[in-house]
Design a protein around this ligand. Structure first.
Ligand code: HEC
Length: 246
């Protein structure tokens, strides 16, 4: 027996083939069921695609490399739930392409940071984190406030996401389908032909950066941060259920 094992370990070709075989079988057993279990793909009420403004904020989150220090995935452990709130549901990132789960946490998880702070706090924190959290090691991002948001390609960006399965609507039929699925106020924000107009009006109404006269990159990033983790209403869930696991 040990002789045969030695043969495998000293023969690179055989070892390679057998390793690949073992990984393929293991991978299949682990991954294939996920495509068929209802839980992995179940719809959760409230989850919707990002509005054009939030979506641009997400682009900036990726551009600035925020994911190198922040995760967006609350694991189903007691300590994580006590600190961050209800564990992340698969459905909450179903419109994220690519998802921002991450695993590096130099800073805290941001999956439910929406609504935790005011817009003013975020603006101040982005310009100079140490001005609100003196011990912070997060870099300054002052240019977000002084840079006007480029909205010229928002339609193309939404069309690209549409190819990956995000239900942004390009015509009346798709719009009507979204009205049925998400309700009219949300469906309006998902309509590609009106993207620029929707983006600007959300920025003005939300007043994310404290200046309604123009749309800055800060508007988009704060709008994005403020929606994270707020789509599903967890208020109906009792605290003791937060630490109960399946
Ligand atoms: C070098 C690592 C690093 C990078 C890069 C980074 N952060 Fe942070 N972030 C931190 C740390 C550390 C904290 C905790 C201290 C603080 O609040 O500043 C934090 C805190 C935060 C908080 C407050 C979270 C809470 O629950 O209190 C937000 C929001 C945030 N970061 C957003 C961002 C965004 C958006 C970006 C990208 C533009 C970013 N961070 C980039 C390290 C980083």
């Amino acid at each position: 027996m040990s002789f045969k094992h030695e043969n495998v370990e000293t023969n690179a070709g055989v070892l390679l083939v057998l390793t690949m075989l073992a990984i393929s079988v293991g991978g299949l057993v682990e991954i294939a069921p996920l495509f068929f279990i209802k839980d992995t793909t179940e719809n959760v009420e409230g989850v919707r695609p990002y509005t054009p403004l939030e979506s641009r904020g997400r682009d900036l989150y990726i551009r600035e490399g925020c994911y190198t220090c922040h995760s967006q995935m609350i694991r189903p452990f007691r300590d994580e739930q006590l600190r961050y709130g209800h564990y992340s549901l698969a459905a909450e990132s179903k419109y994220d392409h690519p998802f921002q789960w991450g695993s590096k946490r130099t800073g805290p998880d941001l999956a439910r940071v929406g609504g935790k702070y005011s817009n003013e706090w975020h603006v101040q924190h982005m310009i100079k984190p140490t001005s609100v959290v003196p011990e912070s090691v997060m870099p300054n991002y002052p240019w977000l406030l002084s840079t006007k948001l480029d909205v010229s390609d928002i339609g193309d960006r939404m069309r690209a996401l549409r190819i990956t399965g995000v239900p942004y609507s390009a015509n009346q039929e798709e719009y009507d389908r979204n009205v049925k699925q998400f309700g009219e106020p949300v469906a309006k924000t998902l309509h590609i032909p009106n993207a620029v107009q929707n983006l600007v009006s959300q920025a003005q109404e939300g007043n994310f950066d404290g200046d309604r006269s123009s749309v800055s990159e800060m508007d988009a990033l704060v709008a994005y941060l403020q929606v994270l983790g707020t789509m599903v209403d967890f208020s109906k869930i009792k605290p003791e259920e937060l630490v109960k696991f399946r």
